[in-house]
Design a protein around this ligand. Structure first.
Ligand code: AP5
Length: 218
């Protein structure tokens, strides 16, 4: 089973991806996380991607398609996988179909999380992350016990450079022009599952689970 998670910045893709991967024992790939890790390690990919990510632009298709092709080659055994943040353009969606077809596989389900813009801005502008262990907090809805400190490892919390308000607005525009067509791409294929993502995390998760085939048969 191959699932792709779609939705605007802050829709909860990363959150739901983690839950689904755990519950359904799926290999998980998040292109945003992969790029942030590469930037932290100052690899060639990280240095190339950093200015795009910080401006809220998409990293060029050929780079991202290369990243996913490499991941699929290294994880050829992973027949059950979930993609968070890929594909983000029609070119990427078509390339993913091509790479999977070469492996005798296909995208089985595309889960689209729908969330109103004001809620996305609220979620992203209040988000703080732990640079050491990756834990995520929100100033209003899930603040750390000690302001500015990670509950789990005690490191100082930081804001993602692309969570500044002007960059958030640009990411939302980029999403509308470049990624929304991907939602229609999967709708036309008849594999789109549309979920209201503006409800509590557990409710959204339950809806996605109900729309996917039961765990035993996937
Ligand atoms: P990426 O990291 O993928 O960022 P994004 O799509 O903008 O998504 P986010 O991580 O901000 O949000 P999310 O939807 O995962 O929500 P989350 O679960 O974190 O990409 C970053 C950048 O990398 C891109 O801008 C681009 O430059 C580059 N890039 C990546 N992939 C690329 C590609 N394929 N091609 C080209 N460039 C690419 O939740 C957000 C917050 O809301 C959290 O605080 C969370 O706790 C909270 N939350 C989640 N669900 C709920 C809920 N139901 N109710 C209340 N709060 C919730």
């Amino acid at each position: 089973m191959i699932i792709v998670l779609l939705g605007p910045p802050g829709a909860g893709k990363g959150t739901q991806c983690e839950l689904l991967a755990r519950e359904r024992r799926l290999a998980r790939v998040s292109t945003g996380e992969l790029l942030r890790e590469a930037a932290a390690r100052h690899t060639a990919l990280g240095e190339l991607a950093r200015p795009y990510v910080e401006r809220g632009e998409l990293v060029p298709d050929e780079v991202m398609i290369g990243v996913i092709r490499e991941w699929l080659t290294e994880n050829a055994h992973a027949e059950r996988a979930i993609f968070d943040g890929f594909p983000r353009t029609i070119t990427q969606a078509e390339a993913l179909d091509g790479v999977l077809a070469d492996l005798g596989r296909q995208v089985d389900h595309a889960v689209y999380l729908r969330v109103p813009t004001e809620e996305l801005i609220r979620r992203l502008s209040g988000r703080y992350v732990c640079p050491r262990c990756g834990a995520t907090y929100h100033l209003a809805t899930s603040p750390p016990r000690v302001p500015g400190r990670c509950d789990i490892c005690g490191a100082s919390l930081t804001q993602r450079p692309d969570d500044r308000i002007e960059v958030i607005r640009h990411r939302l525009e980029v999403y509308l022009t470049q990624t929304m067509p991907v939602v229609d791409y999967y709708r036309r294929k008849g594999i789109l599952i549309e979920v209201d993502g503006a409800r509590p995390i557990e409710t959204v998760f339950a809806d996605i689970q109900a729309a996917l085939p039961p765990v035993e048969s996937n």
